[in-house]
Design a protein. Structure first.
Length: 185
């Protein structure tokens, strides 16, 4: 259910794009992220940091897209978001930002029950940094070298597919390094 909620704005963008154009889709995306934040606030009484960052950039880049009538702004947004997430994950390992890798904080918050060594957590966090950087680059390559329709399809299906593959590979990597707990012995 949470996954569907997280992807509703991009699905709304995609459907509107296919029915109208990128500018209508951008307007729908802006409304969808605002509604997503409002619903999340009333549902959980807090806002997800990643949603706030992504939503803020949707408002800025989407607003510029509509105001200037230049689709390049909304097409840059996935790259900027991914690179900011990569920078955030990288910074989380620094002592001045707590020193605990962000991926570890997120997985502990989700109560995933994953028990890795400190070194493995740092490696996993760096894998996410690399993933976010590469996803940002992939977005640039697609939006600079292909037509708008290809970019929209990549934005939904390509990025989602790459994320699913990355998470599956991450799961296999984690399971190969998970330390046995007292309950499993």
């Amino acid at each position: 259910m949470q996954l569907l909620f997280d992807f509703l704005p991009i699905i709304a963008f995609f459907v509107t794009y296919k029915m109208v154009d990128i500018y209508a889709a951008t307007a729908v995306l802006i409304v969808a992220v605002v509604l997503q934040s409002v619903v999340q606030w009333f549902w959980k009484r807090k806002l997800n940091t990643m949603h706030l960052i992504s939503g803020g950039l949707v408002l800025v880049f989407g607003g510029l897209t509509l105001a200037i009538h230049d689709k390049a702004f909304i097409m840059w947004k996935p790259t900027i978001v991914n690179w900011l997430f990569g920078a955030g994950f990288l910074a989380s390992q620094l002592r001045m930002f707590g020193g605990t890798p962000l991926v570890r904080r997120l997985m502990n918050t989700a109560e995933a029950g994953v028990d890795l060594s400190d070194s493995s957590w740092r490696h996993l966090n760096l894998m996410w940094v690399a993933y976010f950087i590469l996803l940002g680059i992939a977005n640039l390559v697609v939006f600079r070298n292909f037509d708008e329709d290809t970019w929209v399809n990549f934005k939904l299906f390509g990025m989602l597919g790459l994320t699913v593959v990355f998470i599956l590979l991450q799961g296999m990597w984690i399971s190969s390094r998970t330390q046995p707990t007292e309950d499993s012995e």
